[in-house]
Design a protein around this ligand. Structure first.
Ligand code: HEC
Length: 136
């Protein structure tokens, strides 16, 4: 009997860990979404050197320079708007349809105008990830 207790508690611990850790379809990090949706063109580092970049008619933007090009402040709203602009699949652009990134929870986001706009959390997270890639 004494030997079954550690095994049971291990099993319970694993079950608990699985509950806490199992990602629901939308519980993804900005880094994961960036890797899946952006890195193929913009590269893991954001420099525009992804595997597909060479085959594109237009060179993917170097996302590490966005803050520098914007007087040192990261243009979060513009980045989200860029992704958002591609979610309609209206064509014309090079980037694919990012519709899935709009699914999931909305979080209040203040783009600097003091107004909290409900914004898809995955958009905010990707923008924050791109911000973390900025050249210093
Ligand atoms: C199929 C290749 C491709 C994928 C995938 C892609 N991009 Fe792009 N991206 C481009 C190209 C090419 C440009 C430059 C032309 C343009 O602006 O449409 C660009 C431009 C941009 C710009 C504008 C930069 C500026 O100077 O204003 C941003 C921001 C951006 N991408 C972010 C993203 C993010 C975030 C993702 C992932 C959600 C992503 N891109 C996925 C190819 C891609």
């Amino acid at each position: 009997m004494a030997r079954t207790i550690p095994i049971l508690s291990l099993a319970a611990g694993l079950a608990l860990a699985a509950c806490v850790m199992a990602p629901s379809p939308v519980a993804r990090s900005g880094a994961q979404d960036y890797g899946d949706y952006c890195a193929g063109c913009h590269g893991v580092s954001g420099k525009g050197d992804g595997a597909m970049a060479a085959n594109l008619a237009r060179r993917p933007a170097d996302l590490t320079l966005l803050a520098r090009a914007n007087g040192g402040s990261f243009p979060t709203t513009r980045v989200m708007a860029k992704i958002w602009g591609y979610t309609g699949g209206k064509g014309g652009g090079v980037m694919p349809n990012f519709g899935p990134l709009l699914e999931g929870d909305l979080v209040p986001y203040d783009g600097g105008d003091g107004i909290q706009t409900p914004t898809p959390i995955r958009l905010v997270q990707i923008a924050e990830h791109v911000q973390s890639l900025q050249a210093r």
